[in-house]
Ligand binder design. Structure first.
Ligand code: SF4
Length: 396
């Protein structure tokens, strides 16, 4: 977007890439737009992203906003050209979009790792989720294109690349030969042997294919940290969410992955206070975190999204209750992180150096570095202590 905007002479425009996952995300977007207008009365303000795609009128009604560009069109050069500038709303039907091309990047400024979107959209319809209406149906980037991008990023000096997607385990069926996610990753690692570290941003627990298990078992360049889209630990709630897994599936996946790779760490997305969730059902989420030894939790209090089936369930959990459950889950997550950190004290860990004297281990543990290193480099340190949510690492 930055590239297209600057080519079109919009260097001073302010672009808001909005999120629609929760009401709170949308509230913050509107607040940030108003603040930006107060501080930059002359700047052109353009709003894009999922919230703008799903409900462009919401932003068109704001005097502060000059233009709304949808999620597909934002990645097309012509949307940013001078003759496109006159239309206030430039949003097409995201459900009709078939291609993924156009959004791959050529590096990130000031970052130690690069993110590469290998898949977009989602064919599932979890009852709480608005994302498919912002991103459209699932579509995958061809393997050759991914490998070229990875090679280019490695040549630019990136030692770690994160593959991202909306529903990344749905990678492949729309491509010739229907490769699975695991097959794609193995192929890319074979085509770019000089890439030291590859991660996945998140994973659906029931859709780990055989090649992915081989990667976990055999490929040291595939990082031992899986962020699982768990959402709940109670089977009835999982069914009402229309997820495709049950709590035992999560337990089995974690056990199998740890048996293959004992240093594996797990993160998880969990929703607190989904409609009809009782205290006992909620406790099943708490128990699952402990049973699977999940660490980095992304916890959201349930947020009704207009037009989703869950928002129409009459038995909604009161908002203060959702927040309170979320905060208990977060506290448990922090305790879990603390436990993991302490278990790693004394170990030698390889760290990818980030800005600000910190870095991340292979299993995504934050490490405070005692010496200065070049951002983006890989260094070996000894974990000497664990405090304030980080390991202390001394050079060896
Ligand atoms: S799989 Fe993920 S993106 Fe797709 S509908 Fe479910 S929660 Fe939303």
């Amino acid at each position: 977007m930055r590239g297209h905007a600057s080519k079109a002479g919009l260097n001073d425009a302010i672009i808001f890439n909005t999120c629609a996952v929760t009401k709170e995300a949308e509230r913050q977007a509107r607040q940030a737009i108003r603040r930006a207008r107060r501080e930059n009365p002359q700047a052109k303000i353009i709003v894009t992203g999922c919230s703008a795609q799903i409900d462009p009128q919401k932003y068109a009604q704001m005097d502060e906003v000059d233009q709304i560009i949808g999620n597909d069109l934002k990645l097309k050069e012509e949307s940013w050209k001078p003759d496109a500038k006159e239309e206030k709303i430039l949003v097409n039907d995201i459900m009709a979009v078939k291609e993924t091309a156009g959004h791959l990047i050529n590096g990130f400024e000031d970052q130690s790792r690069a993110f590469l979107q290998v898949q977009n959209g989602c064919d599932h319809r979890c009852t709480f989720c608005i994302i498919p209406f912002g991103r459209g149906n699932s579509r995958s980037v061809p393997i050759g294109v991914i490998a070229d991008q990875v090679r280019m990023l490695v040549e630019q000096g990136y030692n770690e690349i994160v593959f991202t997607g909306v529903d990344v385990t749905s990678f492949g069926p729309d491509l010739p030969g229907k490769p699975t996610l695991g097959q794609m990753i193995r192929r890319v690692l074979a085509l770019v042997p000089e890439l030291p570290r590859l991660r996945l941003s998140s994973l659906d627990p029931v859709e780990i294919d055989d090649d992915m298990w081989l990667l976990i078992a055999q490929e040291p360049r595939f990082m031992p940290h899986l962020h699982l889209s768990v959402q709940a630990g109670d089977d009835m709630i999982l069914k009402r969410m229309k997820r495709r897994h049950l709590r035992d599936d999560v337990i089995d996946v974690c056990k199998r992955a740890r048996d293959l790779r004992p240093d594996m760490a797990f993160g998880a997305d969990i929703i607190a206070g989904f409609p009809t969730e009782t205290e006992e059902m909620y406790r099943n989420s708490l128990r699952l975190v402990k049973e699977c030894d999940l660490t980095y939790l992304h916890v959201f209090p349930y947020s009704e999204r207009h037009g989703t089936p869950a928002a129409r369930i009459p038995d909604q959990v009161p908002v203060p209750e959702r927040k309170e459950r979320a905060s208990r889950l977060r506290a448990l997550g922090e305790a879990q992180v603390d436990k993991l950190l302490h278990s790693m004290v004394g170990q030698d860990v390889e760290v990818l150096v980030e800005k600000g004297g910190v870095g991340r281990s292979e299993n995504f543990i934050p490490v405070m570095l005692c010496e200065e290193y070049e951002v983006g480099s890989l260094v070996m340190v000894k974990a000497t202590d664990a405090k304030e949510g980080k390991l202390q690492g001394e050079g060896i």
